[in-house]
Design a protein around this ligand. Sequence first.
Ligand SMILES: *Cc1c(COP(=O)(O)O)cnc(C)c1O
Length: 421
Amino acid sequence: MKSLRERDAEVIWHPFTQSGMGVTPLSVVAAEGSNLILEDGRKIIDGISSWWCNTHGHGHPELVKAAAKQFATLDHVMFAGFTHEPAVALAEALLKVLPQGFAKVFFSDNGSTACEVALKLAVQFWSNQGLSKRRRIIALDGGYHGDTFGAMAVGARGPFSAPFDSMLFEVERVSIDGGEAALAHMRSLCESEEIAAFIFEPLVQGAGGMRMYDAALLDSYMAIAREYGVLSIADEVMTGFGRTGALFASESLLLSPDIICLSKGLTAGSLPLAVTVCTQEIFERFISSDHSRTFFHGHTYTANPIACAVALVALNLTVAPECEAARKRIEHLHREAAEELSRIGYVENARVCGTILAFDLNRGDVPGYMSNIARQALQFFIERGLLIRPLGNVVYCMPPYCITEGELAMVYQAMKDFQLS
Ligand SMILES: *Cc1c(COP(=O)(O)O)cnc(C)c1O
């Protein structure tokens, strides 16, 4: 009989994985709390929340119950011309906890589509007012917004986007390092009256290498954008739902964004769901008896009732005081670990933002994602019973909030022990 791996190799194409590189996937048979359970019985601590989405641990009983109940009641219905309690209740609950000024929730099913929707909304916001020249986008340099074409266009260009670069629309970039010149550049772009929106990941750029930056820079950029009517789009697909400590990273900004994108932690990392939330002002520019002003966008699984029902329960868990305390505890332990890690020779720029701990492996000769360090490290951590999957030379931990102190200690110890061969 063939093993699962052999059958997989015959029929499956994995994301971000090149065949012929000798990478074989691990077979997972179950998951529980912060642990993944492999086919051979090994337990692996999910130190990166299965790509940054799992907030309350795997198989949380309340989420399981909500999914089962909703599945038995109403599994799915198209969302054009229909509505249902889980979607409405979730939208109401989100609007209560989001920074002020948001009014309407548009559903989709992943982070990339949440950003696509945001970009299309922003461009059509202007064209519905007869200002179709206002369609350029400013992006914070080095960002990541997903792998679909529009999301790729506003993200950082590099080896991942290279085959498509000539097909991606042009985007203006503003520096993440700030400074007078950067602000002047932002102003001159906004003055052109050709800019529809400014998109950014608040506080932490995830895929860009867990790059953490000061909210004050974003405040300055957003203030300039606001002065010229340019819409601000906060991509909180990764930072939302407590990842940076506060419920949303945007809470640390002086101005509220006009559009916010959420996914990953929305269902606590259990089901695909996303929302793009906007202000009443944006929504009103789409109200018309003229069909051409309609926002013609939708996905088959828009506002899937099961995912919405789970998301509502997940949100209640996230806003609970115990969860806030758990996030504070993780941040505290991360800070202690970062200090210890800083003393190790090959560790550079150890940093913490909320529940995210990251550092760079200082090896000047092999920078970037294509380096072998990531694979060596991944292998090392797996052998130690940990899922820690570096981004190039950036090693990080972003655990489910239910992770125990003992489990975190194992992560930190392995990070210290990891030696470059
Ligand atoms: C992961 C991510 C996305 C893309 O989400 P997918 O669900 O993978 O399409 C977009 N923006 C940010 C900031 C992300 O971290």
